[in-house]
Design a protein around this ligand. Structure first.
Ligand code: 6PG
Length: 480
């Protein structure tokens, strides 16, 4: 019997994401070892898609490992947390120094750092890899964000770059940086995804309240927006979802869905990490809290009963002008969300010594991923032109868009507040913008209060040094 070809890469965990990644690899000409804890999934993958390329199925982990050429590269595509640790433990004893374990799930970057360190002690490479694009992306070309060692990327790079989405001939995959860098960047991607979706949802809510239009009519507005600066996957699918009719009731689909947004946790992780690093990602945080708030049905019900009819109607005199105001407010707020997300990546990169290329990160988000958008090209250009850019907001293209949108942004937020339409992400993004550009912030008063009640000291604007005022005494100032 002819010996079976050795596989170039393996996938263990063949639920839909793992299965689609394996198919994508095979369709791109790689010989793929496949394995799943329950072998039925392995069998059905080969039965249904065996014709798409070369699969080497195994029913035991030992056979699976034995079917891989060395250095072995194994993609683990199982649930984040304990299931991932269990599979890694099982694999680690079968692998040899130089082999590579790739975790393509949405793992927390701190777990990835821990796993990388543990496997490194055994001479193994552990590569936490962010993969974005959902099921379709996994099959047709995702955005891939691998962390781990440079040595591991020498083996994985050519494979991942081939199966990734391609934009202008450039693959949406690049080595992000060591250990947890890939999963960190994927986490921030998801944080931006939360902000982007919340902003889109607020825009929809405002348009609906202001125009009194049906979702299908609003879908047309989003379709139109998708032809301009806002062009992105999320705007495109917003039009699709708004245009969709529920077959059972004949009503707009968006009206039969419960208004309580769920989350699997990556937005929460982003905010937690930003708090630790001291990065004000206010848009992402508001988006994450907005999801939490939507889920507090009892409080919402109680508040509705306690405060009925306190709102006024949104006043829209000129329909087109209002739509344009909302569009500009959405674009400006979205720029804030991306600026904050990239600040967060830079802070993580500094803290963990990852040396992440910000412009390069923007490049691999241009295709395949959920936040893919036209203006990611502009983000890359901004960092190429000025790698030490203090904030994306001041890069010429973004500064111009924001400045052009400020009057609209203010009108939308003010009118929403007057009429009682909640716009947490629009409002906080505008407040962030105003705070950043303020000549003086009331933080000076906060310093005064801290010094008053706790002798926490302060710095003066007119000379160096650290000072304390003797608040309980004669109020003279002493050098601290
Ligand atoms: C992606 C997505 C994906 C994420 C979903 C759901 O990039 O393909 O970010 O990884 O799992 O978007 O996330 P939530 O359940 O937290 O909304």
């Amino acid at each position: 019997m002819a010996e079976q070809a050795m596989a170039q890469i393996g996938v263990t965990g063949l639920a839909v994401m793992g299965r689609n990644l394996a198919r994508n690899l095979a369709r791109n000409g790689f010989t793929v070892a496949v394995h799943n804890r329950s072998p039925e999934r392995t069998r059905s993958l080969v039965a249904e898609h065996g014709g798409e390329g070369r699969f080497v199925p195994s029913e035991s982990m030992a056979d699976f490992v034995a079917s891989l050429e060395r250095p072995r590269a194994v993609i683990v595509m199982v649930k984040a947390g304990a299931p991932t640790d269990a599979v890694i433990d099982e694999l680690a004893v079968l692998l040899e120094p130089g082999d590579i374990v790739v975790d393509c799930g949405n793992a927390h970057f701190a777990d990835t750092r821990r796993r990388e360190e543990a496997l490194r002690e055994h001479g193994l490479h552990f590569v936490g890899t962010g993969v974005s694009g959902g099921e379709e992306g996994a099959l047709h070309g995702p955005s891939i964000m691998p962390g781990g060692s440079e040595e591991s990327y020498r083996k994985l790079g050519p494979i991942f770059e081939k199966i990734a989405a391609q934009v202008d001939g450039v693959p949406c995959c690049r080595h992000i940086g060591p250990d947890g860098a890939g999963h960190f960047v994927k986490m921030v991607h998801n944080g931006i995804e939360y902000a982007d979706m919340q902003l889109i949802a607020e825009a929809y809510d405002l348009l609906r309240a202001g125009l009194g239009a049906e979702p299908a009519e609003l879908a047309e507005i989003f379709r139109e927006w998708n032809r301009g600066e806002l062009e992105s996957f999320l705007i495109e699918i917003t039009a699709d979802v708004l245009a969709h009719t529920d077959a059972a009731t004949g009503r707009a689909f968006v009206d039969i869905v419960r208004d309580q947004a769920e989350q699997k946790g990556t937005g929460r992780w982003t905010v937690q990490s930003a708090l630790d690093l001291g990065v004000p990602i206010t848009g992402i945080a508001e988006a994450t809290f907005a999801r939490s708030l939507s889920g507090h049905a009892d409080q919402r019900e109680a508040a509705r009963r306690a405060f009925p009819d306190t709102d006024t109607k949104l006043q829209v005199e000129d329909r087109d002008a209002f739509v344009e105001d909302v569009r500009r407010a959405l674009l400006a707020s979205k720029i804030v969300a991306y600026a904050q997300g990239f600040d967060h990546i830079r802070a993580g990169s500094t803290e963990y010594d990852w040396d992440i290329d910000l412009g390069g990160t923007a490049t691999i988000w241009r295709g395949g991923c959920i936040i893919r958008a036209r203006f990611l090209d502009r983000i890359r250009e901004a960092y190429d032109a000025q790698p030490d850019l203090s904030t994306l907001l001041v890069a010429p293209y973004f500064a111009e868009s924001v400045a052009a949108g400020v009057p609209s942004w203010r009108r939308v937020v003010a009118e929403a507040a007057r009429a009682g339409v909640p716009t947490p992400a629009f409002s906080s993004s505008l407040a962030y913008f105003d705070a950043l550009r303020a000549e003086r912030l009331p933080a000076a008063l906060i310093q005064g209060l801290r010094d008053n009640f706790g002798a926490h000291t302060y710095h003066r604007v007119d000379r160096g040094g650290t000072f304390h005022t003797l608040w309980a005494g004669d109020r003279s100032e002493v050098e601290a």
